[in-house]
Design a protein around this ligand. Structure first.
Ligand SMILES: Nc1ncnc2c1ncn2[C@@H]1O[C@H](COP(=O)(O)OP(=O)(O)OP(=O)(O)O)[C@@H](O)[C@H]1O
Ligand SMILES: [Mg+2]
Length: 363
C-alpha cells in the first residue's frame, strides 16, 4: 500500500508522511486537462514554485475513472517537464461519483472504538461489494447532542485508487498521499468555515458544503463549462472550437441582448438556474438534519467559473448570498521567478492542484 493508501485520505493528524518532503506536486486529473502545481515547504512557508496545464486527449478519463492509463501517464510526464516542476513527490485525488464521502453520527467513543465500529458498520454505508474498497474516517466535530460525535467517512473502490496510483508511479513519480477533492479545495481556501463552493469543471460541477473544517456534503451537478459551449454551438450552428473561442471572449450575460445573443443568454440562464436550484436544495436538505448550520457565502472555482459575470448571475438567483470567485493564490506565497500574469489568469483552474500540493506540508 502507498503509505496505507486510503488511510492517508482524510487523516488530519499529520503523521501520515514518512518524512515531510521539501516540496510536493499536486496533480489534478480533470476530464479535459491535467493541472499540476508544485509547492516548496521551508520556514513554515508554502511557496508556489511552478504550475502548468496540459490538455488530455479524448476518452482518457470518464467520471473520475481512468480509461486509458498509458495516455494519462504520458500526459503527466510531459506536463511536469513542460511546467518546470522538479519534485516527483505527488499528491492526487480520487474523484467522481464512485467516491463515497458522508458524515455519520456515532455515540461518543474513543478512536479505537470508532475504528472497530466503522469496520463492522462500513457495509451499511457504502454501495460497494465487501472487501473491494479502501476507506478512512475522521472525527470532525460534536454531534447533535452531547452523546454523539460527527464522523466523516470516505471510501473508494480498490480499482479506482490502484489505477490512479499506478499511473503516478509509471510517470516516475512517488505518490505520497491520496486525497479527496473537497478536502484539497478546503485547504486552498482561507475563509471556508461555513462556505459553499462549486467547482465548475468542463463536464460536471461539484458542489461542496463546509461546516467547520470539514466537507459536510459533496454532490455532482451535470453542468460544466462544456454545457455553456454547447449552447453557443447550437444557437449559432458553429463547431466546438469556434464556440469555445467565442465563449472565452464573451462579454457576459445581459438581458438586454437581442437576436442570437438573447437566445444564448436565455439558455445559459436556464443552466445558471439549475446550478442555483441545486445549491438551495442541497442546503435545505442539509439543514433538515443540522438546524444550526448556516452557509454564508458561495465560492466559484474551476475553469467553467471564468464565464464573464457568472458570480453576479448566480448571486441574483440566490437572493443575497455573496458569490465570490475563489483565489487559491492567497493560500501560498509566490516564487520570485514565477509568471504571475499566467497564474492570475489560471488561478480558478489551479485551486485543486494547489490544495493537493499543500497536503505535502505540515498541517
Ligand atoms: N476564459 C474562459 N471563459 C469561460 N470558460 C472557460 C475559460 N477558460 C476555460 N474555460 C472553461 O473551463 C473548462 C475547464 O475547466 P477545468 O480545467 O476546471 O475542467 P476539468 O477539471 O478538466 O473538468 P472536470 O473537473 O469536470 O473533470 C472548460 O469547459 C473551458 O471551456
Ligand atoms: Mg476539475
Amino acid at each position: 500500500m502507498v503509505l496505507n493508501r486510503f488511510n492517508t485520505i482524510t487523516s488530519k493528524l499529520g503523521n501520515w508522511l514518512i518524512k515531510q518532503p521539501a516540496s510536493a506536486v499536486g496533480i489534478d486529473i480533470g476530464s479535459s486537462c491535467v493541472k499540476a502545481a508544485e509547492i516548496s515547504f521551508s520556514n513554515g512557508q508554502k511557496e508556489l514554485r511552478a504550475a502548468g496545464v496540459l490538455d488530455l486527449p479524448k476518452n482518457v478519463t470518464e467520471e473520475g475513472f481512468i480509461t486509458n492509463p498509458q495516455a494519462l501517464t504520458e500526459v503527466i510526464r510531459q506536463l511536469l517537464i513542460n511546467s518546470g516542476i522538479v519534485s516527483r513527490e505527488v499528491v492526487v485525488a480520487v474523484s467522481g461519483r464512485l467516491v463515497f464521502v458522508r458524515e455519520v453520527m456515532l455515540p461518543v467513543m474513543n478512536q479505537a472504538e470508532i475504528k472497530e465500529a466503522i469496520k463492522w458498520d462500513m457495509e451499511k454505508y457504502v454501495p460497494y461489494e465487501p472487501g473491494s474498497y479502501y476507506y478512512d474516517f475522521a472525527v470532525v466535530g460534536p454531534g447533535n447532542n452531547e452523546l454523539e460525535i460527527k464522523v466523516l467517512l470516505v471510501a473508494a473502490p480498490h480499482e479506482l485508487v490502484n489505477t490512479l496510483v499506478n499511473c503516478i508511479k509509471q510517470a516516475d513519480c512517488r505518490p505520497i498521499a491520496v486525497d479527496i477533492e473537497p478536502l484539497a479545495i478546503y485547504r486552498s481556501l482561507s475563509d471556508a468555515e461555513s462556505a459553499m463552493i462549486i467547482d465548475i469543471g468542463s463536464h460536471v460541477s461539484q458542489l461542496m458544503l463546509f461546516q467547520g473544517a470539514s466537507p459536510a456534503v459533496s454532490r455532482f451537478i451535470p453542468i460544466g463549462g462544456l454545457s455553456f459551449t454547447e449552447v453557443i454551438m447550437r444557437t449559432l450552428e458553429i463547431d466546438y472550437a469556434e464556440a469555445e473561442r467565442l465563449k472565452q471572449c464573451h462579454t457576459g450575460q445581459n438581458p438586454d441582448f437581442e437576436g442570437e445573443q438573447l437566445l444564448i443568454y436565455q439558455q445559459i440562464d436556464l443552466l445558471v438556474d439549475e446550478l442555483a436550484r441545486e445549491v438551495r436544495r442541497t442546503v435545505e436538505y442539509y439543514q433538515v438534519q443540522n438546524r444550526e448550520a448556516i452557509f454564508d457565502k458561495l465560492y466559484l472555482t474551476g475553469g467553467g467559473a471564468k464565464l464573464t459575470n457568472l458570480p453576479q448571475h448566480i448571486a441574483a438567483k440566490l437572493g443575497g448570498v455573496p458569490v465570490l470567485l475563489h483565489n487559491p493564490l492567497t493560500a501560498v506565497t509566490l516564487s520570485p521567478g514565477i509568471d504571475t500574469d499566467y497564474l492570475q489568469d489560471m488561478a480558478l483552474q489551479f485551486a485543486l492542484s494547489i490544495g493537493l500540493a499543500m497536503r505535502g506540508g505540515k498541517p
